[in-house]
Design a binder for this molecule. Structure first.
Ligand code: 3HC
Ligand code: NAI
Length: 693
């Protein structure tokens, strides 16, 4: 049973019981419709709808998308609720999202408990509300708020919903008791039914201007823009015509790759931390966090832990460095305060009680998890781990935030290899949601579990990675960056490449990203790799020359671009350096189309990603997708590189790689996994399904 019918005097109660989130699957929709008819048939005077368990309806059942539709359909259920001859009351707790809010909007009266959240997040799944949300919401809130809520997709708290007229009252208590009391009050004053659809549309706004603004922010995502069209229909059409228009747009979007990509991302985000080998493994304690090094990363990691209300002790080399670390953390925390992420009291408490700073490693003897974020230098890291071995309490997890270095080699330098793990945060560590949990050959299962538990506590999306140079993300980045460098040598400009990839949906192209990260990072990495480099590798020198000139990107104001605040301009010194290098190498530049740039760049990314899966560095294709989505700005509406590859068609991609290999068969070596999938007529997502526990 997913929907319970109970009679409480004159009030019929329809209570959904479809854990975990009371999604509006077919059985729930059917239950609502039948329950309403039964209530009317039995002479009830009012109907109360609520959700059992932790929430009201959190939306349509997303697992039904892409499958044949089964009646009763949600728009019809909503219309029937609204047309009920007796008042229908919604008592909302938890989340009223998507179809869930649309059911509430079809009720005649709405109450919510203070902690409830209400929203129409459909655009984040690549669709728009499809059961009247775009037509009913503006009739209550006006167009400006409706466009913000529907195109933005962010839920609002109950207090704001009350201010907007979206709910009629907020009360603390049990939704059933509150709802029954409200129903009885309404009956006592003979309150009428109150269909939202009968309200006139609000005063129109400039929909074209609103659409232009949403289009700019959407960076190629279709659904937020289409939502404005659906909302605008409510201003020029009678309600039921508007509903039909909304449905038309909804169906159209349902057929798009963007919908498929975004729903893949939704489920992958929930799947990624589920590892069968950790099912029965309890994590170790993680109340007290030690951080070594208070530079960019150490300060960010300490901030992330403090924001999650963990106690932190940070160790630096001397008091000056300690002072800088304290300033960095204080700056991060005041940013979090400004953005409303923490309260003033939380902010003050953290600085006065939760954070300790020290110059001696002895301060770390109580730490449960110690995260090293010192310079990226194996010898220094080994020294740090040797010191840790001497002072860390037995069972403490010893983690490194290294970007590229071998966790197994670091572990081997201690006698506690099973306690050692990589915890690779992304900059800024208190903002970026990705955490790569790098599992060494000897890492104990409960140490891995502790890495995931810490990630969860910090609100991160944690992805398991095996050990290799750069782990999942930086290794793949290295491949597609190399491809971009090759295209520059062959004739494309960094600026054309950035523009082409920004048009694909990346917030920044690779050269703008390099400026942001600091050109010195790539420079140091190229130097590190130089001794073992294969002579067939093509490595450009112009990037080194920029660094040799002291230009490290945004931090020095000059790199591929000249940076002034948030604006960027092409740096006129860059193209002459490139042209000189092409001349030295005897290369005559050729023209690239934007399409070719994107195809090559993506082929390099997908091919390396496939290798990362084939070698078991990433367990499943979805792990790679999450890393690129959460840490590298890959547009979420493409689903991640391997989901994107599936949707493009793997045979075409493989053909591209073979063709590119005709000119450079060292760089373009097709992955065995990619060839195998093409030969078998399968896709990457089949591998995800095989490994879903
Ligand atoms: N359909 C199917 N399954 C859903 C679901 C949905 N709408 N929402 C959540 N789930 C599943 C999750 O996949 C997860 O399953 P798992 O345990 O097997 O991994 C489980 O429910 C719990 O979800 P979370 O881990 O996300 O739980 P949280 O407590 O962290 O978050 C939530 C709860 C805020 C409700 C979050 O799950 C969420 O945002 N869900 C999606 C809400 C949404 O987008 N609704 C709109 C749907 S589209 C729609 O309604 C169309 C309509 O206009 C016609
Ligand atoms: P950074 O140079 O900003 O900070 C390093 C800090 O470590 C300095 O403040 C230094 O004083 C301190 N330090 C050095 N030796 C120490 C020791 N023995 N004991 C205590 N403190 C010591 O470097 P950053 O950028 O914070 O990088 C740190 C680590 O994080 C590196 O391994 C890097 O590869 C990795 N990383 C960096 C990212 C980035 O974007 N900057 C992203 C992810 C990982």
């Amino acid at each position: 049973m997913t929907l319970y019918y109970e009679k409480h005097g004159d009030v019929a109660v329809l209570a959904a019981d479809n854990p975990p989130v009371n999604a509006l699957g077919q059985a729930v929709r059917g239950g609502l419709q039948d329950g309403l008819l039964r209530a009317i048939g039995e002479g009830a005077l009012a109907v109360l709808i609520l959700g059992r368990g932790r929430t009201w309806f959190a939306g349509a059942d997303i697992r039904e998308f892409g499958k044949p539709r089964v009646a009763p359909f949600l728009p019809d259920v909503c219309n029937r609720i609204e047309a009920s001859p007796i008042p229908v009351i919604a008592a909302i707790h938890g989340t009223a999202l998507g179809g869930g809010l649309e059911v509430a909007l079809s009720c005649h009266y709405r109450l919510a408990v203070p902690g409830a959240k209400l929203g129409l997040p459909e655009v984040s799944l690549g669709i728009i509300p499809g059961a009247g949300g775009t037509q009913r919401l503006p009739r209550l809130t006006g167009y400006e708020e409706a466009i913000a809520m529907i195109s933005g997709g962010r839920p609002i708290p109950a207090s704001k919903a009350l201010a907007l007229g979206l709910v009629d009252r907020i009360e603390e208590g049990d939704p059933m008791e509150l709802g029954l009391q409200y129903a009885r009050e309404l009956l006592a004053r003979n309150a009428p039914t109150r269909p939202v659809s009968a309200l006139p549309p609000p005063a129109p706004v400039d929909f074209e201007a609103a659409k232009a603004q949403v289009t700019r922010k959407a960076r190629g995502q279709l659904s937020p823009v289409a939502a404005v069209d659906a909302i605008a229909a409510s201003a020029r059409m009678p309600f039921f015509d508007g509903l039909a228009e909304e449905r038309r747009i909804f169906r159209e979007l349902m057929e798009t790759d963007q919908r498929e990509g975004l729903i893949h991302a939704f489920f992958a985000e929930r799947q990624v931390a589920k590892l069968p080998e950790l099912n029965d493994v309890s994590p170790r304690p993680l109340d007290m966090i030690g951080v070594i090094g208070g530079g960019t990363m150490g300060a960010g990691i300490a901030t992330a832990a403090l924001l999650a209300r963990l106690r932190v002790t940070l160790v630096e080399i001397d008091t000056d460095a300690l002072d800088s670390a304290r300033k960095r953390i204080a700056g991060n925390l005041s940013g979090a305060l400004r953005r409303g992420k923490i309260s003033q009291s939380h902010h003050d408490e953290v600085l006065s009680d939760a954070l300790s700073l020290a110059t001696g490693y002895d301060a770390l003897t109580d730490a449960d998890v110690i995260i090293e974020a010192v310079f990226e230098d194996m010898a220094i890291k080994k020294q740090v781990f040797a010191k840790l071995e001497a002072i860390a309490k037995p069972g403490a997890v010893l983690a490194s935030n290294t970007s590229y270095l071998d966790i197994d080699e670091i572990a081997a330098s201690t006698s506690r290899a099973p306690d050692v793990i990589g915890l690779h945060f992304f900059s800024p560590a208190h903002v970026m949601r990705l955490l790569e949990v790098v599992v060494g050959h000897q890492s104990a299962a409960d140490v891995t579990a502790t890495g995931f538990a810490l990630g969860k506590r910090l609100g991160k999306v944690s992805v398991r990675s095996g050990v290799c140079d750069g782990f999942i993300g930086n290794r793949i980045l290295f491949a597609y960056r190399t491809c971009a460098d090759h295209m520059v040598l062959d004739g494309a400009s960094p600026y054309q490449i950035d523009r082409a990839l920004e048009a694909f949906g990346f917030p920044m192209g690779p050269f703008a990203v390099a400026d942001l990260a600091g050109l010195d990072i790539g420079w140091a990495n190229r130097k590190r790799l130089a001794p073992d480099r294969d002579p067939r590798e093509r490595v450009p020198r112009y990037a080194d020359q920029l660094c040799e000139g002291g230009h490290f990107g945004q931090k020095t104001g000059r790199g591929y671009y000249i940076h002034d605040g948030r604006t960027r301009q092409e740096n006129p010194d860059v193209l002459p350096l490139i042209e000189a290098e092409r001349a030295d190498l005897g290369l005559s530049p050729r023209a690239f189309t934007d399409d070719e740039i994107t195809r090559r760049y993506m082929a390099a990314m997908v091919n390396e990603a496939a290798r990362v899966v084939e070698e078991g560095i990433a367990r499943r294709p979805l792990d790679v997708d999450m890393v690129l989505l959460m840490g590298y700005g890959f547009p979420r509406y493409h689903g991640g590189p391997l989901k994107w590859a599936d949707m493009q068609g793997l045979p075409g991609l493989l053909e591209d790689i073979h063709r590119f290999a005709e000119a450079d068969d060292f760089f373009w070596q097709p992955s065995d996994l990619l060839m195998k999938l093409v030969a078998q007529g399968r896709v990457f997502d089949d591998l995800n399904k095989e490994q879903t526990p």
